[in-house]
Ligand binder design. Structure first.
Ligand SMILES: [Zn+2]
Length: 434
């Protein structure tokens, strides 16, 4: 085992500087926080920033057809499958500075620590800045990672960005990417050239902050099904209309949300993990009014769980509820486009090794199933094993108040560095995707 001696002060300053520069270049005064829009200016800035820093460390720079950024620290055997460490560099509108970016910075700091310690690994270590993870922009998940792995469906190219109205294909072209490679299913990354993927990410819930752990080892990424735009069609009516004549679309939406929430409460009581979110929930503002029975209602729905069988069970329960509501309220649900992703379990061998690394560094860690979706799931689906480290964040994410201390970040990075230094020349087991 090689123990990496961190030049702690240097790395502390370096990490602070990187995060400060990143914030300064993507600050959003209108929405507070930062905005690093997918295949837009904000994301582009972040890629250029990390690339510049990587060059200063002497890393090789590559880009794939998605315009993901690869910062390569060469190993002894250039043909050996690489260890890839990274995360996404985009953010939601008015998001926090650390969601995603922390995973890329962790890779750069880990490489710097190993360089300072005079280490040389057998295989390449690749720090990957991933594009387009935040599905809010194009309503498609894992665009950059799935594109790199050759698993992004060509239909995604025609999705329009919610603010610009332009397609993913157009945005990709503007960023210098090659959308035609997506249509051909080109796989830049595969189990042949990637031995394992490591991701560090802030926790998107306050559970670590509440239990007093600075770090957790992620055990899996939930599977989900999603409907970006569900429409309930009822009938507009006069406010004086009797109950039996109504086809109230808004109350039908309310029924479903209350029904699913009650189911969640029941699962919680039974210790079963799931989550459901109605991120958008509205009547038609062009036609609604205080004295009008709503004839239309629209919502988005994301339902997630940690076992594929649970995801199936939840979708069946949802559809059974919908059938009852349709009968009771005299309305029709139109679910529109459906997206889904499978549960991705972190590689058990890597997970145990990460726990052992933390122990050797005298750090207390717990296990944590991820509350959110992450690019790691796309790697797992493509047969590449992954390991995951969470950093404590008391304030949740996808808003400007997200928080991470540099001390916690450096602890998580030290665990990854220890893992890379220890396992950079050994084989890990295959991915276990359920
Ligand atoms: Zn993220």
């Amino acid at each position: 085992m090689h123990r990496v001696k961190n030049h702690v002060l240097d790395l502390h300053l370096q990490a602070n500087q990187l995060f400060d520069d990143l914030r300064a270049g993507s600050v959003d005064v209108v929405n507070r926080g930062v905005t690093r829009d997918t295949y837009g200016q904000g994301e582009q800035f972040a890629h250029e920033l990390v690339e510049k820093h990587a060059r200063s460390l002497g890393l090789e720079i590559r880009h794939d057809h998605m315009r993901n950024t690869y910062m390569v620290w060469p190993g002894i055997d250039r043909q050996a499958p690489a260890l890839v460490i990274g995360s996404h560099l985009d953010s939601v509108l008015g998001g926090g500075n650390f969601d995603g970016a922390a995973g890329v910075m962790a890779g750069l700091i880990a490489v710097q620590a190993m360089q300072q310690a005079g280490l040389k690994l057998n295989c390449d270590v690749v720090v990957m800045g991933i594009r387009a993870e935040e599905s809010i922009w194009f309503q498609v998940s894992y665009v950059g990672s799935r594109g790199a792995l050759g698993t992004l469906p060509a239909s995604a190219l025609q999705q329009r960005r919610i603010d610009t109205g332009r397609t993913l294909e157009q945005h990709m072209r503007e960023a210098g990417a090659e959308p035609e490679a997506v249509a051909k299913g080109v796989a830049y990354l595969s189990p042949k050239n990637v031995k394992a993927f490591l991701e560090l990410h802030i926790e998107q819930a306050p559970s670590l902050a509440l239990t007093g752990y600075a770090l957790a080892i992620g055990t899996g990424v939930p599977g989900h099904f999603r409907f970006p735009r569900v429409k309930i069609n009822g009938e507009y009516g006069h406010v004086g209309l009797g109950r039996r004549f109504r086809h109230d679309a808004a109350l039908a939406g309310a029924d479903l949300s209350v029904g699913l929430d009650a189911l969640w409460q029941q699962w919680d009581a039974e210790g079963r993990l799931m989550a459901c979110t109605f991120g958008e929930f509205q009547t038609n503002s062009a036609r609604h009014g205080m004295t009008i029975v709503p004839g239309e209602f629209q919502f988005s729905l994301d339902v997630r769980a940690y076992d594929d069988a649970d995801v199936v069970e939840l979708e069946q329960a949802l559809m059974a509820m919908v059938e009852q509501i349709e009968k009771r309220r005299g309305v029709k649900f139109d679910f529109g486009v459906r997206a889904s992703s499978k549960v991705a379990k972190a590689d058990p061998t890597i997970t145990q090794q990460l726990r052992d690394c933390a122990k050797r560094l005298d750090m207390k860690v717990c296990d944590l199933p991820s509350p959110a979706s992450h690019d790691s799931a796309a790697f797992c689906a493509a047969g590449i094993p992954f390991g995951f480290v969470f950093i404590r964040n008391p304030n949740g994410s996808h808003h400007p108040d997200e928080e991470m201390s540099i001390e916690d970040f450096l602890q998580g990075t030290a665990v990854l560095t220890e893992w890379l230094a220890t396992h950079g020349d050994t084989n890990s087991s295959a991915c276990s995707q359920s």
